[in-house]
Design a protein around this ligand. Structure first.
Ligand SMILES: Nc1ncnc2c1ncn2[C@@H]1O[C@H](COP(=O)(O)OP(=O)(O)O)[C@@H](O)[C@H]1O
Ligand SMILES: [Mg+2]
Length: 340
């Protein structure tokens, strides 16, 4: 039997729909309950879409996947799929180890080494925290002085992964983009949040004692995001915010098969195989036309892909028509367990 942890508006909605539709035996379990392993006695696999903002999940989701692996039970996301999730520093080691084309990245665990590097490198650079999404923790260091400021803070009081100022900025950007009443009302929510600490901001420790930078890859007015699930790939083009270099979270999405360079698909398929991942989103930017991986992530907002006109298989043949990415995940998982 298959076990699913149900969380509204996550992948699990469609996983459950799939099981109902194809008569797959499943049961709902509560991953947060202490007797979880016992609950899984009659199950050969567990699917749980846990997110990086869930401070409880982050405490034990990876440990759970390792524990299930130890007894030969499958999990989605598997260890290989998610050990580096929301951890850009972890991804740097992985992508370098796999000799993948990634943006040159630098990490420091000593303030003096970081300062020494900052004094001798070229600018601009991009400064990032390990975690975060939608560009919330991605900043530009235009000069050595900027970089030194980031470094001082990183080895001082550190940064909050979720911060209220970013939250408000994001709402203002969406208002500028949409000029709608609902995005205007969202700004007032953003202002309210400036005074009411968000759970995530409160519950996550400060990110400190490391500094992570990447080379700034100029002249990219968009990034390309390719998602590989098993032997399928689908992709979108995301334009950067106005007057900004960051595409992730801008919400300006182009759904056009012709906008996706084949090279990105090839890299995504090949790296995903080397990672042994069930599901990976790859962000790409381009250096003189050459695609470079920005970061990877197993989790994404499925809604943003509902307008994709089709997907590719591993031979890069196009399969026309809309699809649910969550169905791909559960289909692969179930077939692997011989439940279908
Ligand atoms: N080194 C870089 N050079 C140029 N653009 C970058 C670089 N890193 C990130 N970006 C841009 O910023 C966006 C957010 O960066 P990313 O590392 O993917 O963070 P997030 O996890 O918030 O999506 C990317 O979508 C890309 O458009
Ligand atoms: Mg990204």
């Amino acid at each position: 039997m298959l076990a699913i942890h149900s969380r509204k508006n996550s992948f699990s909605d469609k996983w459950i729909e799939f099981c109902e539709k194809y008569d797959i035996q499943y049961k709902l379990v509560d991953c947060y309950s202490s007797d979880l392993i016992q609950q899984l006695n009659d199950c050969c696999g567990l699917m749980w879409h846990w997110g990086h903002h869930d401070h409880k999940a982050v405490l034990f989701a990876r440990q759970l996947s390792l524990s299930l692996r130890a007894i030969g039970k499958d999990m989605f996301p598997s260890v290989d799929t998610a050990w580096h999730f929301d951890d850009k520093v972890g991804q740097k080691y992985l992508l370098e180890a796999l000799a993948s084309p990634m943006i040159p990245s630098y990490v420091f665990y000593d303030k003096s080494k970081a300062i020494n590097w900052a004094r001798n490198t070229s600018y601009p650079k991009v400064f990032k925290l390990r975690g975060g999404a939608g560009s919330e923790n991605v900043r530009i260091a235009k000069t050595e002085k900027d970089a030194l400021n980031f470094i001082n803070r990183s080895f001082g009081r550190g940064y909050k992964v979720k911060n209220r100022r970013n939250f408000l900025k994001e709402r203002i950007w969406r208002f500028k983009r949409d000029r709608s009443l609902s995005s205007f009302l969202n700004i007032s929510k953003g202002i309210a949040r400036l005074f009411i600490p968000k759970v995530a901001e409160r519950e996550f420790p400060a990110e400190r004692n490391y500094a992570y930078f990447q080379d700034f890859i100029p002249k990219n007015d968009h990034d390309i995001r390719v998602i590989v699930i098993g032997n399928r790939a689908f992709a979108i083009k995301r334009m950067v915010r106005e007057g900004d270099f960051r595409a992730s979270g801008s919400g300006i999405i182009i759904y056009d098969k012709a906008a996706i360079p084949e090279e990105c698909l090839k890299i995504a398929f090949s790296v995903s195989k080397k990672m042994a991942s069930q599901c990976t989103a790859f962000d790409f930017v381009f250096r003189d036309g050459e695609p470079l991986i920005v970061e990877v992530s197993y989790s994404f907002s499925a809604r943003a892909y509902s307008d994709c006109p089709g997907y590719w298989n591993e031979k890069l043949e196009w399969i026309d028509g809309q699809f649910y990415p969550e169905f791909f995940m559960v289909e692969d998982f179930i077939k692997n367990l011989n439940l279908m």
